[in-house]
Design a binder for this molecule. Structure first.
Ligand code: APR
Length: 235
């Protein structure tokens, strides 16, 4: 293994080939569910049951899908490089593909936490395939209503600082399957060094505000990762 460090920022497009909908493509999740209702702290306060049911359904969906070839290739990079994955995705497909260092900026579907203290580590608990639903009346360790461990719009992003530390020490920064419209995640690229190589894999054009040259691979995650692996391994 060489010691070059790769940091990979992934979004919903990374999991699209596994059968999970993206958010902003046509027919994306936000076309079917009002984002303010199911993904904001105000929406949760207004109608917690609707929000709990939305994430219960997302969890069921996750239990029926598998990592795709793109996830596997991201994990395979660990054979050659020191790799950190920073994902906006709340699924666990990177981990199931074998990636060993994954930072979830927007939380994790298979975890639950307290409504009163969502970022208190002693309140964060794992859900299991057998017990994967959260209902009104379920209690967290601090006695408050149990809620999904998801970072909603209107909430702070506690893992951002850790992500910045990783991005700022990357030799190679790879962006896969994100429209780069949601901050602070999309702003991570501002923290990379001037000499960091930047690659972007997405079938659509994505605007990236970067002073570095961005090598774009206009393909889906799986095909794109195959092409990128050849470039990185010089074969
Ligand atoms: N492979 C790679 N990329 C793909 C694929 C694919 N097979 N299919 C679609 N894409 C790309 C789209 O072209 C788009 O650029 O994935 C991107 C998905 O963008 P969004 O739906 O906006 O998802 P994302 O960027 O992850 O959203 C960020 O917004 O609502 C919040 O919290 C939610 O984490 C999410 C955040």
């Amino acid at each position: 293994m060489e010691n070059r460090k790769i940091v990979i920022l992934t979004g919903a497009g990374m999991s699209a080939e596994s059968g999970i909908s993206t958010f902003r493509d046509s027919d994306g999740l936000w076309e079917h569910y009002p984002v303010q209702q199911v993904a904001s702290i105000e929406g949760y306060e207004e109608n917690p049951e609707l929000v709990l049911n939305f994430y219960n359904a997302r969890r069921k969906e996750l239990l029926n899908v598998k990592p795709n070839h793109g996830h596997l290739m991201v994990a395979a990079l660990e054979k050659y490089f020191n790799v950190t994955v920073i994902t906006q995705n709340v699924d666990n497909l990177h981990e199931r593909a074998g990636s060993s260092h994954v930072i979830h900026l927007h939380g994790e579907l298979m975890k639950a936490t307290s409504t009163r203290n969502p970022n208190d580590p002693s309140c964060i608990e794992e859900l299991t395939p057998e017990r994967c639903e959260i209902h009104l009346g379920d209690k967290a360790a601090d006695g408050s209503q149990l809620r999904p461990y998801i970072v909603w719009f209107g909430e702070s992003v506690p893992k951002f600082e850790e992500a910045v530390n990783e991005a700022s020490t990357a030799d190679i920064f790879i962006i896969i399957g994100t429209s780069m419209q949601v901050y602070p995640a999309a702003g991570l690229i501002r923290y990379i060094r001037p000499d960091t190589q930047v690659y972007l894999i997405d079938p659509k054009e994505v605007k990236v505000y970067s002073s570095q040259r961005v090598h774009t691979i206009r393909k889906g995650a799986s095909e794109g990762m195959d092409e990128l692996l050849k470039i990185l391994l010089n074969c």
